[in-house]
Design a protein around this ligand. Structure first.
Ligand SMILES: C=C(O[C@H]1C=CC=C(C(=O)O)[C@@H]1O)C(=O)O
Length: 471
């Protein structure tokens, strides 16, 4: 077979790959087995959002994740292996699935470059079971993509995963791979396909302001009677546009309007997408170094530098906001300690976003190799930043107060690799997109001293910022 050189052929030894694939197939014949091969190739820079735009299809699982502050973005297209879970134990089942898959992976290429090797993309529901029976996502979706394009600063890495067995044609695989690389590299100077015109839309708040404030007052009574100390109440906004939402335009807007947030999108393979811009990291692990965020306590950004500084000052000095925040620190440190980790609480700081600012305390720990990232996700979710304290009581009350399914809102979403590196964020400030309809979600933490008007205003501020990016 002749393989003509393409721009990236210098980075990929087709001859070696050919031999490896033939040897793998030979083994598959002998053992009547299947073998996953993960091929990592450095390629010229392409925007992963462009890859999502060009390659994602409504009937496949896709995932997008961007962390501008770390210069990272990743697009994962279609699944070569997947698991959907609708029952309890979603985190432990996910861990098992990932471990099982990894036992059957052979790597080809340099796995030391950023984002090389197998990555598993996961999105979870807030609760382990949805009460809305027709909610379009299961309570966990995990997949190993067919195609993954990731950037770290200006370095770009392509990963393709193939399932090799006795019936595949190795020559066809190699030819397809070469075409894929060529087509991808032709996207180098593209930007997402975005039309400029704004669409007309109608809005429908799930709760009117009186209902939300009434829930806050009722929650405050429960807090006063020591039933719980904190509860996070969310609201949803339904939007109907005169035409279908453009996923790429929305994601592009989100990354421009919220450069300090994690931008994400997860599809269900049936045309629905869950997207958003979240400031909250659940866990990130790189070379066994874990970092997590206690993020709770909020104030709007000021319209002038003076007003902004006053708001920030009031926020850091408010005992109510500090109490709301400290509950999250205490919970995270306790839960990490229960896993045998030694959490270090870093100095508190402000997380200033385009529309809002938060009290923020990063917490770090070293993770021994025997603790899988999913164990930590299971241990931390949901923190009091999105549920409350005590957690089980708060979760039960959330189900009573909120008249809509949280679904993927405020739940962990991210990726894990073969080395135990991972990045999971909390899917707040998010929207479920379904054609010309979108449901937007945001919430606010209620503690003793919360003012129903202010909490309602905070939720509206968050929802409006999201709406601006979608329409
Ligand atoms: C639950 C949300 O925000 C949480 C994260 C940061 C600050 C929060 C607050 O101050 O209430 C919330 O705890 C949301 O935006 O939907």
């Amino acid at each position: 077979m002749t393989i003509s050189p393409c721009r990236s052929s210098v980075f990929l030894d087709y001859k070696d790959l050919h031999q490896l694939l033939l040897a793998v197939q030979e083994k598959c014949y002998e053992n009547h087995s299947r073998q996953m091969v993960s091929i990592s190739i450095p390629i010229d820079f392409i925007d992963p959002l462009v890859v999502l735009d060009k390659y994602s299809q409504t009937n496949t699982l896709n995932f997008y994740f961007e962390n501008k502050s770390k210069g990272e973005a990743i697009a994962a297209i279609d699944a070569v292996s997947k698991l959907e879970i609708t029952s309890k134990h979603r985190f432990s089942q996910t861990e098992e699935f990932i471990k099982d898959c990894l036992q059957n992976v052979i790597n080809f290429g340099n796995t030391n470059q950023p984002f090389a090797g197998s990555h598993f993309f996961c999105s979870f529901g807030f609760f382990d079971q949805h009460y809305q029976l027709d909610y379009p996502f299961p309570s966990a979706t995990i997949f190993l993509p067919k195609l993954q394009v990731a950037v770290k600063n200006s370095a770009c890495c392509l990963v393709v995963n193939y399932l090799i067995h006795s019936r595949v044609n190795i020559h066809t695989i190699l030819r397809e791979l070469q075409t894929k690389i060529k087509n991808l590299q032709s996207l180098a100077n593209n930007s997402p396909n975005i039309e400029i015109s704004a669409a007309k839309f109608t809005k429908n708040q799930i709760n009117n302001s009186a209902t939300f404030k009434h829930s806050v007052l009722s929650a405050l009574e429960k807090i006063e009677s020591n039933h719980l100390t904190k509860i996070v109440l969310a609201d949803a906004l339904d939007v109907r546009s005169c035409k279908s939402f453009n996923l790429f335009k929305s994601l592009n807007n989100l990354r421009q309007l919220h450069p300090n947030c994690y931008i994400f999108s997860s599809s269900n393979g049936q045309g629905k997408n869950f997207i958003g811009a979240s400031p909250e990291r659940l866990i990130s692990i790189q070379n066994q170094q874990l970092i997590t965020d206690a993020l709770a306590g909020s104030a709007p950004r000021g319209k002038t530098p003076t007003e902004d500084a006053t708001n920030a000052n009031n926020l850091v000095n408010s005992s109510k906001e500090k109490h709301e925040h400290n509950l999250v620190i205490d919970f995270i440190t306790q839960r990490l300690s229960q896993l045998g980790l030694f959490p270090q609480v870093l100095a508190p700081r402000l997380r200033q976003l385009s529309n809002i600012q938060h009290l923020w305390t990063p917490i770090t720990a070293v993770v021994p190799p025997n603790i899988h990232p999913l164990k930590i996700v299971a241990q931390l979710h949901p923190t009091p930043a999105v549920a409350g304290a005590a957690r089980d009581i708060a979760c039960a009350e959330i189900r009573r107060y909120e008249s809509f399914e949280r679904g993927l809102y405020a739940a962990p979403l991210g990726w894990v690799d073969a080395k135990g590196n991972c990045e999971f964020i909390v899917g707040i400030r998010s929207a479920l997109i379904d054609g010309d309809r979108a449901r937007l979600y945001a919430g606010a933490g209620i503690v003793a001293g919360s003012d129903p008007d202010k909490e309602f205003a905070e939720v509206q501020l968050k929802l409006q910022a999201l709406l601006k990016a979608l329409v």
